[in-house]
Each structure stands twice: as structure tokens, then as C-alpha cells.
Design a binder for this molecule. Sequence first.
Ligand code: PDD
Length: 280
Amino acid sequence: RIAYVNGRYVRHADAAVNVEDRGYQFADGVYEVCEVARGYIVDMKRHLDRLDRSLRALSIAWPMHRRAFELVLREVVNRNGVLNGLVYLQVTRGVAPRDFLFPAQAAPAVVITARKVDPAIAARRAETGIKVITVPENRWDRVDIKSVGLLPNVLAKQAAKEAGAQEAWFVDTDGTVKEGGSSNAWIVTADGRLVTRPAEHGILRGITRTTLLEVAAGLGLAVEERGFTVAEAKAAREAFISSATTIAMPVVEIDGSPIANGHPGSMVLSLRAAFFDVAE
Ligand code: PDD
């Protein structure tokens, strides 16, 4: 495997960053995960638009021209022979002696990796669906920035695993579901309306979420962008999550309560099936 690190393509096993990289010292950096399907990077433009917003929010400069970034992303995918899988990119504020204040000099540091993932794994998982647990929201209020500071997400997803589940949903003090540890959350109401939290309210604006809203419009589905409670989700006709790595993945159990008959819903499976016709 080959990784891109600060201007060089290196063997993945030899890829390394400086111990004083601010990503390592302070989680002072941002990232993106893009799905690779049939050799192309899905919704790359939207991912780079979001990278731009994350970088701006932290006053980190683009490490190279956006066009160059696109070329390098494709090159890493190609050099690793990835037809289906994912590409990971990370930009940090760079290397400087440890100090909280922004360094005057540091150049932003970039790491890009890619790996193959067998699409049959997610396809099989979508046939049975996944289980989620709920956990109290304990993150900061800038989760709209795709920061590499993910400790609450790590702890929540580990708690999910220990409970026999695959994702954890962060729940706000008002009882509404915010999003998963690495995904957005959706339900389908008894009368067949798709519901997902507005992206302006304390969640990451998922690229898959945005594209799925377009898929839903194309299928003529009724959509409500509003918050929903855990109780509403447990009583819903369907529940599911979305992310670059899962696309749309049925949720069949929340905190041990089965959703509907405990099998994946039909609407999430239609959205999943139509996704790659709409994604760019
Ligand atoms: N996670 N919410 C959070 C907190 C996320 O970390 C992610 C993505 C999403 C979904 O966003 P998108 O559709 O753009 O992938 C929502 C990635 C996959 C990760 O951290 O691995």
C-alpha cells in the first residue's frame, strides 16, 4: 500500500509524521472520508467543499491548490488499485514546538491513504441491518467542523460494540437524536415520511445525507428535516444511518427495542439502491 505524506508517495508501512505535528499534539486538524466506488471518488466535490469549510473554521490554509489536491486523491486511489473502498485525507496545522497558540511559521501537513473494502460486506450487513445504542451528547458545539478530535465518538462507538451494537446515537438534553458516532440518523414515520435532523442543529452536514436528500426527492418521497426523539425512533416504521462508508444502512434495533418487525425497511433499501445513480 502507498500513502501520500506531505508531498511524497511512500510505502504505507513507512509513512510517518513528526511527533510535534499539531494533529498528534492537539487534534488540531480536519479530515474527510470518501467512498470509492467502481474506481471513482464518490461526491468528491462535496467532500472538498466541506474540507474547505472545516479548514476555514480553524484558519488552516489549503496545503496545496484544490485542483492538485483532487489529482493527489485520485493518484492515491489508483496507486493502491482501489476499485471499491475508501480514501482518507487529513490536514493538520503542521509541525511546531508544542504551544497552544497557532504557530507563526508552520505549513499545513497532509496525509492521504486509501484502502480496498469489499462492497459485499456492507451489502450483506444491509440485509440484516444494524443495532444502535443511545448515549448522552457530550461533544463540543462545533461538530459541524470535521475535526480529527473524535474521542467522544471513539468512546460512544466502543460502548456500542460492548453492548453488541454497531453504532451509538448522541442524544441531546431535549431528548432528540443528534447523529451517530460516525453517521447521520434517519427515521421513516408511520405515514411514510423521511425524517432527519436539520444540518444546522449540532450535527455534521453529512455528504451522504445531502445526496440521499436528492435521491429521496428523485423518488418523490416526502421529507421532513426536523429533530426526532428516541421514543419516536423506537416507534418508527424504519430507522437507518448514513455515511460515506455505509451509504444508507438499516437500523433494526435501538437500545434493545426492535424497530417495526425487526427487519430492514423497504424505503432505506430503495434509497440505498438508488444512491449511486444520483451520487457524482
Ligand atoms: N464519518 N456524522 C459524523 C459524526 C461523522 O463522523 C460522519 C462521517 C457523518 C456522515 O458524513 P458523511 O456522509 O459525509 O460520511 C456524520 C466518517 C465516515 C468517519 O469518520 O469515518
